[in-house]
Structures are given as C-alpha cells and as structure tokens.
Design a protein around this ligand. Sequence first.
Ligand SMILES: Cc1cc2nc3c(=O)[nH]c(=O)nc-3n(C[C@H](O)[C@H](O)[C@H](O)COP(=O)(O)OP(=O)(O)OC[C@H]3O[C@@H](n4cnc5c(N)ncnc54)[C@H](O)[C@@H]3O)c2cc1C
Length: 640
Amino acid sequence: MKYTEGSEIRDAKAPSGPIEERWEKRKFSAKLVNPANKRKLHVIVVGTGLAGGSAAATLGELGYNVTSFCYQDSPRRAHSIAAQGGINAAKNYRGDGDSIYRLFYDTVKGGDFRARESNVYRLAQVSVNIIDQAVAQGVPFAREYGGLLDTRSFGGAQVSRTFYARGQTGQQLLLGAYQALERQVAAGTVTMHTRHEMLDLIVSEGRARGVIVRDMVTGEIERHVADAVVLATGGYGNVFFLSTNAKGCNTTAIWRAHERGAYFANPCYTQIHPTCIPVSGEYQSKLTLMSESLRNDGRVWVPLRKNDTRAPGDIPEQERDYYLERIYPAFGNLVPRDIASRAAKNVCDEGRGVGPGGLGVYLDFRDAIGRLGRDAVEKKYGNLFEMYERITGENPYDVPMRIYPAVHYTMGGLWVDYDLQSTIPGLFVIGEANFSDHGANRLGASALMQGLADGYFVLPTTLGDYLADGPYNDVDEEAVAAAEIRVRDKIDRLLSVNGTRTPDSFHRELGKLMWDYCGMERTEESLRKALERIPELRAEFWQNVKVTGTAEELNQVLEKAGRVADFFDLAELMCLDALVRTESCGGHFRAESQDSDGEALRDDDRFAHVAAWERTPDGPVLHKEPLEYEYVKMTQRSYK
Ligand SMILES: Cc1cc2nc3c(=O)[nH]c(=O)nc-3n(C[C@H](O)[C@H](O)[C@H](O)COP(=O)(O)OP(=O)(O)OC[C@H]3O[C@@H](n4cnc5c(N)ncnc54)[C@H](O)[C@@H]3O)c2cc1C
C-alpha cells in the first residue's frame, strides 16, 4: 500500500508554561457560553459508555440541548459495563508515595514515551475529581473496615492507586453516569435514541454538523444536525475478531469520520492483555478477560521443563518458573501489560506453555489463599473466580487459572488536540475512540480514568470554547443529502452482492490474519503479507458476501456486514502504520527491533512522534506530530 508523507502536524491548543498550571490556564482562557445561549446550542453525542454517558449528562446539566445515540437497547449496555478491575486516581489515601506527578510519570513511562506530557498531566490531575464525583453519585467503591475507600495495585505502578467495586467497577461507574444521564433525559436537556447506529458524519462548510443514523429496528435512515458532534464510540479491537471487547464494538463511527477528513492517529497501537482465558476452539467468537487485579495476589508461572504435562499440583516448587518475578524483580507480577504479554508468549514459544496446544500459563492463588484465607480471596475476586469456573469447568480455588494474552484495547484512534477536537472543526472525540493519553501502551485501570476525565471534566470546558465562537452558518442541505445518499448506497451495495459467504466468516478470516501478521509480534515480512492479503480478501467480500433480509427491518446481518467492510479498511491502515514504524514501543513489537534481553527497542530519533494519517483519494498521507518531553526523561523502559 503506497503512502506519502505530508506536512508536520502540531497541537495548536497545547498550552505552555509549568505543567501543573497548564490545564488551569486553558480552562481560564476558554471562552464561556452564557446560560441563555446554551439552551439554543445543540450537541450530538454518539455513544453512551463511560465517556459518552458522562459527557452527555454533564453537557445537559450545563444547559446545552443534547441528542445522544447508542446502538444498544439501553445506554447501560455500552461496553464500559464490562470493565472489571478498577480506576486509577492519584488520591494517595494509602500514603504509599503516590502523587499527581507519580501517576503522570508512570503513565508516560508506561506508554513507552509515546504520549503527550500535557495531556497525561491533566489526566492525573483530574483523576482525583473523578473519584469524588463518583462517590457523590453513590458508586459503591470497595471500602476498608474503617470506612475509607480501598485501593489495590495495577500493572506498571508500585503504589496502590486503583479504586474498585469488586470485579464490576465499570458496571458501577456506568450506573453512576447513567443515572446522571437519565436525570437529564427527564429534565428534557438530553434526548436519547437507543438502537440507532451512526453511519455517516455530516460536514458542512468544513465543520462537523450532524450525523446520519439508521434506526436499527425499522431500518429508517434519519438525519440529525447540530452545532457540534462528539464521538464517544469506543475502541476497535474487534478488528481481530477474537478479543475481550463486547461483540458489538466496531470502528464504523470513527472510520466514517476519518473518511470525511479526521486524521487517524497511531492505528497500530493495540493492547494485548496478558490474562485472558485461552482460546479453546475454532467455534469461539469471544474471549474473556481475567482482570489484571488478579495479579495483585495471583502468581504467574510455567514449568521449568519443556513439555511438562504433569498436573500443576504435582509440579514441586523448585520445578516452577515464576518468570515475571524472576525477570522483573522490582515489579514482579505487576509489570505492565505489554511486558507481561510478551513474556507469556516467550515462555510458550520455548515449549513451556500449559494446557491444550501449550498456549497458556498459570495464574496461581495457592499462596494467597494460604496467606489470606479463602474468604478474603473470595471477597476480592469472587465474581471473577466464578466466571472462570463457569467458562472452563475448573475451580481456581483448587487449581491455578490458565491464562493467555488476547486483544483488549486500542490506544490508537482519531487524532485530537488538547481540547479533544479532531482535525474536523466541531468534531470532538473522547474515551477509547481517540488516541490521546496512553501512548503505545495503556496502563491497567487508566481507560476508565480517561473516559470519565474526558466526559465529566475536559470536554464540557473545551466544547464550550468552540461553541462560544458560534453560531455557525445554517447547515448546507446538499452536504446532508450527500451523506444520506452515501449511507443508502452502501446499504444497497451490501444487499445486492448476494454471494455465498457470511459477513462473520470474512471477519473471522480477517481477524486471524491480523492476529498472525499484526498481533503480539510484527515483522516487515508479516506486515507485507497482510498488506497483500487484506485487499484480496476485501475484494472477495464485495463479490461474495451474503447479506440476508432487507434494509427496512431489524437486520443484524446487514449491521455486521457494514462493520466488517469498515474493518477491512482499518486493518489495512493498521498494518501500514505498523510497517512504517520500524521501532518497537509498548504494544507495538517489531521483532527486528529488540535489545539483547528481547525487550522492545525504541528509536527515539526517528519515531518520537504521533503518526496521524489523513485519508485522501490518492492514498494515505502521514503527518507527524513531534513529541517533546520536558519533564520526564526518555529512557529505555525498565521494570527490573
Ligand atoms: C473485559 C474488559 C475489562 C476492562 N476492564 C477495565 C478496567 O478495569 N479498568 C479500566 O480502566 N479499563 C478497563 N477496560 C477498558 C474500558 O472498559 C474501555 O476502554 C472503556 O470502557 C471504553 O469506554 P468508552 O466510553 O470510550 O466506549 P464504550 O464503553 O465502548 O462505549 C461506546 C458507545 O458508543 C456507541 N457506539 C459505537 N459506535 C456507534 C455507532 N456507529 N452509532 C451509535 N452508537 C455507537 C455504543 O453503543 C456505546 O454506547 C476493560 C475492557 C474490557 C474489554
């Protein structure tokens, strides 16, 4: 796939000065909209997960006129509900040395020096407000005996800063955001459209001014215009078919915005989570995460010997290799996800993996149960243990869990500036859908933090600054009609192929290809193979896909086909981005770029930049945004 290099891109909104004052400075310089004018301004928010739900609720509370969309039957069913382990905040309730600066430092380092300092510092600052907000809403965070909020540790940190609600933190936080959202629905500031899928973005006179959506129950195509559009549509890990994401997660909303002119940043940065239930067969369509919080007490090991088929209980202590504790004594089992995933892959590649196919390692709670007692372990992780047992038929209180890395999160997403505005004026992107804060590797429990920081605190300020410059001209009717025609044409095209293969079969094949060639380890050869094969498979899709039913009814095959079509184009850009970045960093491991210990080897001279891709009729254009580090020294990351 050919690409050209365009001009450098800069974050024009990035503030300067002492880092701890930047967000304050930006907030003060942001223009305000007076309350009477807010009522006249209309904002569309697509997505009701933690990012979109919190944003719509807050914008409604501020008095804007908000329209909110999601494709589920309730905002509460957004994928955020699946988040298990917790949410980070620099509260330092434990007095264990945490601070805003340390959370900032851990996040920049954890992201392998590929995130913006200003953004990350703001995230760490705002993290403390999120906990207060959630507690005020009644989110039932775990508490210690004395009544204080409890915390636990997550990867990449030596302090205990993760707030949690058993293994259901996302669910509880989403219920908090949902209550706030429903309050605004009742107050009439937010109009909610469930079961509506955004299929195109309306851009009028260079500004994002609305969306075309399909009513998924009746098939009706609707136009909605507004003064600004916010995308909070989540991540695209399902391009790999098998992932821990909810089955519905897809790229359509952000891909459509990319086609309309929004740059796509760092598409190749994918997070592979080390602790998931291993794949068990060809029939499988979903993978299950075992929360990182389990690594607080679970110890990861494999047999010392290759091809050791003894039951774990029969393998004596001296014949076990607690390889994370051995290789990374400072962080032990709590090394970041990218490091733990690669280490698991390495021991399995050596022939020391356990379970069917040798693609698994043990996560063992024997010592924790001995130390704390079964009841204490059950209190902390009971629902996760139950989930594991239901899926595998094995009781993790008696035998170690078997786990293996799986696709989990995408650090890449639409490029946004410090204000969370994309390269299309008026199009704001929040939560997992943007690329903003995690660099090349996200630390555990930081996605919820970012989504809620964006939705509750950052966007409400920066969007106001944009809207204060309005009102903008009336929306160009031709732009609206053109967007609708594109949507109708695509649906007609999908229905008219009438081939022999299901959208799912194409998706499965594409996902396997991505996992094999652009997964945990990438090489020039594998990426070139992928870039050759993806267009062939896409061509076959458009000639041979079978979409049953019609457009004027509930049609899940049609929905799926549209999403898979977009995954093809996204997959191609991911492989191109991975090919061009000939360094290893975080979740992007190029086998050609590793040090003598097999760790990721960055090339800061050539790659300390965000890769922001523009889509043009002549092919992709790469714009580089240089990353500058004034506070954290760029070093080779070490967790030893
Ligand atoms: C199993 C699992 C466990 C996790 N645990 C944690 C954890 O413990 N801590 C942590 O910090 N992170 C965790 N994460 C990551 C975290 O859950 C997500 O990154 C985060 O919830 C994403 O929130 P979001 O609001 O950006 O998107 P989502 O929650 O994915 O919401 C997307 C919304 O957009 C809507 N949408 C999407 N496309 C369209 C469209 N075209 N039209 C209309 N609506 C659309 C959907 O309906 C939905 O409402 C976990 C992830 C997984 C998979």
